[in-house]
Design a protein around this ligand. Structure first.
Ligand code: ATP
Length: 288
């Protein structure tokens, strides 16, 4: 008997960095939503009191450096669970891509083990535990669509955007989030129209949503990884409805409403890149 929990990736419709804080973190303001590009987390109960990580199709740490391990370990301690679990991660979301792949695995482990071990915790309880692992984990615990402020943990849930196609392209070149934050100058940059995006989502103004996709990290990531800028240009000129980089990159995504256009652009992009995905926007919250 084992339990499977889906761990969907997130994208940023807007990403703003407001200021550097005294504790070293940055205050952000971003609109995040979930997409149907997901890892599968299989949870097998073990009699022995241990946490075992296995990864299918991917290379990830198998020890406490894996965020899924940290999630299980924190939950075990908090609820004094004395049996163990084998966590099998079927890795579909590209790693270090700006899609919160690690955070969503941790969140799925929290949701899944809450069921497997019949702990009876609420999503709020799980989000609180998740914040100890990373700033994006609380959002991933709930899923859905939210404005995230503070370090990313202060969440205001909003309506889901239209469930259009999302074409994601991850260039091979990696980027260091730390390096990007170091180079960002929050006082000197133009900021996304976050309030306008929230209003466009509320009124189901799809064109308004596409026009307001914006990420303040783009110029810095583009200067460090010019391939990312090239892919964004290509998507923009291909007729996608709106295009922006997710998180600190390097993944760039486009929203596309038309089925045929979405599949045509996907096939074209697959011709010269390996990591290309065509999925639906989800935007709805998880149920406990
Ligand atoms: P974010 O959008 O939150 O910045 P990301 O998509 O850029 O995240 P991740 O895929 O979450 O990045 O991975 C970043 C690092 O976390 C990698 O160095 C990876 O080894 C480590 N990591 C630990 N556990 C996991 C996991 N379960 N899945 C993916 N990465 C993990």
């Amino acid at each position: 008997m084992y339990l499977t929990e889906k761990a969907p990736a997130k994208i940023n419709l807007t990403l703003d960095v407001l200021r550097k804080r005294k504790d070293g973190y940055h205050d952000v303001e971003m609109i995040m939503t979930t997409v149907d590009l997901a890892d599968r987390i299989h949870l097998h109960p073990l009699e022995k009191d241990e946490i075992v990580i296995e990864v299918e199709n991917g290379i990830l740490p198998l020890d406490k450096n894996n965020l899924a391990y940290q999630a299980a370990s924190l939950l075990k301690k908090r609820c004094k669970v004395t049996t163990g679990v084998k966590i099998v991660i079927d890795k579909i979301i590209p790693v270090s891509a700006g899609l919160a792949g690690g955070s969503t695995d941790a969140a799925a482990v929290l949701r899944g083990l809450n069921k497997l071990w019949r702990l009876g915790l609420s999503l709020d309880d799980l989000a609180e535990i998740g914040l100890r692992i990373g700033s994006d984990v609380p959002f991933c615990v709930y899923g859905g669509t939210a404005i995230a402020r503070g370090r990313g943990e202060d969440l205001t849930f909003i309506d889901a955007p239209p469930k259009v196609w999302v074409l994601l392209a991850k260039p091979p070149q990696g980027v260091s989030t730390k390096e990007i934050y170091k180079r960002l100058k929050p006082g000197e940059m133009a900021h996304p129209d976050t309030a306008g995006m929230v209003e466009a989502i509320r009124t189901k103004d799809y064109r308004g949503i596409c026009e307001r996709l914006e990420n303040v990290m783009e110029p810095v990531t583009f200067s460090l990884a010019p391939d990312v800028a090239r892919i964004k240009k290509r998507l923009e000129s291909s007729g996608a409805d709106g295009t922006v980089m997710s998180g600190s990159g390097p993944t760039v995504f486009s929203l596309i409403a038309n089925d045929q256009k979405a599949h045509r652009l996907y096939n074209t992009l697959r011709g010269f890149m390996d990591q290309v995905y065509l999925v639906r926007l989800i935007g709805e919250r998880h149920q406990i």
